[in-house]
Design a protein around this ligand. Sequence first.
Ligand code: ARG
Length: 460
Amino acid sequence: MSNRMWGGRFSEGPDAIMEEINASIDYDKKLYAQDIAGSKAHAAMLAKAGVLTPADAEAIAKGLDQVKAEIEDGRFTFSRALEDIHMNVEARLKEIIGEPAGRLHTARSRNDQVATDFKLWVRDTVDQLHVQLSDLMKALLARAEEHAETVMPGFTHLQSAQPVTFGHHMMAYVEMFERDRTRLVDARKRLNECPLGAAALAGTSFPIDRAMTAGALGFDRPTANSLDSVSDRDFALEVMAAAAIAAVHLSRLAEEIVIWSSAQFHFVRLSDKFSTGSSIMPQKRNPDAAELVRAKSGRIIGDLNGLMIVMKGLPLAYSKDMQEDKEQTFDCLQNFSLVIAAMTGMIRDLAVNPAAMKAAAGSGYSTATDLADWLVRAGGVPFRDAHHITGRIVAIAAEKGIELAEVPLSDMQAVDGRITSDVYDVLTVDDSVRSRTSYGGTSPENVRAMAKVWRDRLGA
Ligand code: ARG
């Protein structure tokens, strides 16, 4: 039997394979609430415009409420033959209310309908992600305040560079996640225009009021071009791009947690709640949650790529290729939500080992820059020369197998006579971080001041 929604010119039904490749109901049923909200807004508008009788609009609204209740109670039978959520809902509405159901699709098409439903879903998800990112930032902030004085090695090239504080390191991620959060805010502003009423691609001859449906669905305004309305998936791409960048940040933090929780570093210990054991090696505590955050960020980036590749070759307006937008977007944003939640839990529970961090911070001649800076300040030595002098002293320390602060004054003076015993004041890691008071620097006093700024901004 041909499809009763569109099968008038067909004499045969679809091949089983056609049904399998064409049906989207298995995943787009997730859009049922948005679909029903869109249909109710459309019906109310059609009634106001005199296209539907008030009685029909009323029957449609009540029928749609019943469909929604059936779906939510698990009493609804989804049908692949009916392809997608739009036709599943409408077909059931027809069973419930009869003929008026057939009038609902006046002055719209599935093309503007799906764009509207999907935008509503993305918008709801953006709002939820915004809250989640704020929670993650609050968790990082709390750890930063707790560890404003905790000295750890700062790395470049994963080689000891200069000591920093763990608080400063946590606050670096607060800055990153704020950029991610504001990218979502920006994307939300741009996406909040309603495609409903663009119909198939050209608009409609019915006297519809697109501003009314836009307002009813919480949009700022209707979209301005009917072709663009049904062809656009920027809203999904842009939110996925924001998610992908944020996922890169989450992955870098995850990678650091993996490194820090190794026995060799021993800087942190993940709680039992976010670790797993090995079935063969009894001693193991594996940082699986962090590893999965790192892996899922690859998947999130892949989803963004996938949809960009689907979209890039499509002529205007709608092509069925665009049905492939949903699985990738759902996968992307649901996994993004999951990795934010996992990271928030890991950060909250993370046991920090200040002694190990401090010991590591002092190794690798991490205060060499402080020695060079001291020569500039105390001896008026040009920085380039100071760098060279310090390099020679580091070489002596390395040869003797001692730390910089342990190099005897006589050895230092043999390299440069301007060095005095005051130099030892700048060679400890605590002195080093305390001295980094320039704006944005790692000193504990800076970290506390920045944490306070963020406390106010986040209302934490
Ligand atoms: N399930 C379709 C999708 O997600 C709905 C739009 C179908 N439109 C059409 N003209 N076949 O894209």
